[in-house]
Design a protein around this ligand. Structure first.
Ligand code: ZN
Length: 272
């Protein structure tokens, strides 16, 4: 009997790469082998086909991100530019819902940067599939439960998501400090797992091109629903400070915003 698909209970009759193979530059482009022992999991036909479009979307979304190592940068300038030209840049329309080109630099050194709002929902979907695939590969078992994806590489100015992202990054870096980086091509991709906490929840960090970091928490369906007084207070809009090591993370820091929640009819003109 064949193994089951990594996403569902159907027979896994095809082989799926996690993360998608197109993220790893080919030997002819890179000059070195960056496709050594790529991770594969069994997949049903439906979950494999559905993903092929998403693979290209993910590649265009993350390989060109500023701050990536030279492998990501070369990949973006080589294979990805060819793919963009082939589709008359229609691929970019799918990646960025809103975009503009800005030029950074001074004197004669410039770099053109595409600044935009990514298709957040689709990115979350892509990384959720990777989280299930990596779990299947690492633990030799499909994950049953719920996952939550945090895109560490996206920037936000909204105060609470910003503080929450900083908090998760710090928590992950403390818990992952002594954990093995898995993956035979770490310049392109590696992952690390934390130990489960007292609720059974654990976290994976995915890192692409040594720069694009994604954190995914797994809550197995067998685990208890966690209760954290700090997060309950944050959800109520109260000013809350959570301490981690020697760092403090402040949520709902503006007293006005808390007032606004306590008294929804407050006149917005009176708020600084
Ligand atoms: Zn399936």
């Amino acid at each position: 009997m064949s193994e089951l698909c990594y996403m569902c209970e159907k027979p896994g009759i095809t082989v799926e790469h996690v993360p998608p193979r197109c993220l790893f530059p080919e030997l002819k482009d890179a000059g070195v082998d960056l496709r050594s022992n790529l991770i594969t999991v069994p997949s049903c036909e439906e979950h494999n086909c559905k993903k092929s479009d998403d693979d290209e979307f993910l590649m265009v979304s993350i390989a060109g991100i500023l701050g990536n190592n030279s492998i990501g940068y070369e990949h973006y300038n080589g294979k990805i530019q060819r793919a963009l030209k082939r589709t008359s840049y229609k691929l970019l329309e799918k990646v960025f819902l809103k975009k503009r080109l800005i030029r950074l630099g001074k004197e004669n050194k410039f770099i053109d940067v595409l600044w935009g709002t990514p298709d957040y929902k689709r990115l979350i979907d892509c990384f959720t599939h990777i989280a299930y695939g990596i779990h299947r590969h690492h633990f030799k078992a499909s994950f049953v439960g719920t996952t939550k994806v945090l895109l560490g590489f996206l920037h936000t100015n909204a105060p609470n998501p910003k503080a929450f992202k900083a908090f998760i990054k710090e928590k992950a870096s403390l818990e992952l400090a002594d954990k093995t980086k898995h993956g035979d091509n770490p310049a392109v991709f590696y992952y690390q797992y934390t130990e489960p906490d007292k609720f059974g929840i654990f976290l994976v960090k995915l890192c692409f091109y040594q720069n694009v970091d994604v954190y995914i928490s797994y809550m197995p369906s067998s685990s208890e629903k966690p209760f954290h007084i700090g997060f309950e207070l944050i959800n109520l809009g109260c000013k809350t400070i959570i301490t981690l090591g020697d760092k403090k993370f402040e949520f709902n820091s503006s007293a006005d915003s808390a007032d606004l929640i306590r008294n929804p009819r407050i006149d917005s003109d009176k708020i600084d």
